[in-house]
Design a protein around this ligand. Structure first.
Ligand SMILES: NC(=O)c1ccc[n+]([C@@H]2O[C@H](COP(=O)([O-])OP(=O)(O)OC[C@H]3O[C@@H](n4cnc5c(N)ncnc54)[C@H](OP(=O)(O)O)[C@@H]3O)[C@@H](O)[C@H]2O)c1
Length: 276
């Protein structure tokens, strides 16, 4: 039984609201990290072709003994593979590295707007969905105008947009736009990559008030806003801590104090500028 409640995507598929991210986990360490996460109760894993750890992730899944239908596996198409035929080839490669016969969610990693290929790429995603090789399709790092253009040219509304989102970058406009379109907002770097966010005095004070850690407070804030979160850690105690966020609730005052921390400040790239 999963410890994590699901959200229902726009095509009826259930996705755990909290999962495990594996960016910057070397392939050789991914098997151990994902095994630790599965043992701690995570059922959703977020990898990507560019992370180079689909094999290690797949090994952990295979050896876990967790029934496939209880797992939710996300991977992402890398930028250099955008385009209709190249997407279908890249998907086969990802699936083979993962050792799976389908993935639960496939995302276009970055829109690369200057390249003008995300519509063709997404049409290949629609084929993968129609063929039953993915259970849901979505995008990552799409700005509102990229989403609007995609929706005008394709048939399936993305289930998810995975974007950078944390207390210093709260993404109000994007979240509202997603809600209007029925797209789930998934937060990458939900802890701000562990840099700075967890030391903010207001967050430390809320943590002390609830007898929780700053990371738990930030994750709980995301969950109460309705975001899907995928914190990454290779540290077993943190892996356990990050999923132990369902036994307390932040009050209105806590939520307001965290809302006040927004600085519209990215730690990663601006999606408008990533074109290769
Ligand atoms: N779509 C995209 O373009 C994109 C971009 C970036 C990330 N992502 C996805 O989002 C996931 C999460 O983002 P992220 O890896 O950038 O950052 P994150 O989850 O916000 O933070 C991870 C960092 O915080 C530390 N940490 C984790 N839990 C902690 C805790 N309880 N207390 C203190 N420190 C803690 C980790 O250290 P240790 O590992 O050393 O414990 C690591 O350095 C990625 O793994 C990836 O799956 C997607």
């Amino acid at each position: 039984m999963s410890k994590v409640p699901p959200i229902i995507l726009n095509n009826g598929v259930e996705m755990p609201q909290l999962g495990f991210g594996v960016w910057q986990v070397p392939d050789a360490e991914a098997e151990t990290a994902v095994t630790t996460a599965l043992e701690a109760g995570y059922r959703s894993i977020d990898t990507a072709a560019i992370y180079g750890n689909e094999k290690g992730t797949g090994k952990a899944i295979a050896r876990s003994g967790v029934p496939r239908e209880e797992l939710f596996v996300t991977t992402k198409l890398w930028n250099s593979d955008q385009g209709y035929d190249s997407t279908l080839r890249a998907f086969d490669t990802s699936l083979s590295k993962l050792g799976l016969d389908h993935v639960d969610l496939y995302l276009i990693h970055w829109p690369m707007p200057a390249q003008g290929r995300y519509v063709d790429t997404y049409k290949a995603f629609e084929k993968l969905l129609a063929d039953g090789r993915v259970r849901a399709i979505g995008v990552s790092n799409f700005l509102p105008d990229h989403l609007d253009h995609l929706l005008a040219e394709t048939s399936v509304v993305p289930a998810v947009n995975q974007i950078e989102l944390h207390p210093h970058l709260q993404q109000h406009t994007a979240r509202e736009h997603h809600a209007e379109l029925g797209i789930a907002t998934e937060a990458w770097s939900p802890l701000g990559s562990g840099k700075g966010i967890l030391e903010i005095p207001a967050i430390v004070a809320i943590a002390q008030k609830h007898g929780r850690t700053p990371a738990q407070i930030v994750l709980r804030w995301h969950l109460q806003l309705g975001n899907v979160v995928i914190p990454k850690s290779v540290t077993p105690s943190r892996i356990a801590e990050n999923i132990d966020v369902f036994g307390f609730t932040l009050d209105t005052e806590d939520l307001a104090a965290i809302s006040a921390l927004n600085e519209d400040r990215r730690t990663g790239s601006d999606p408008a500028d990533v074109n290769s």
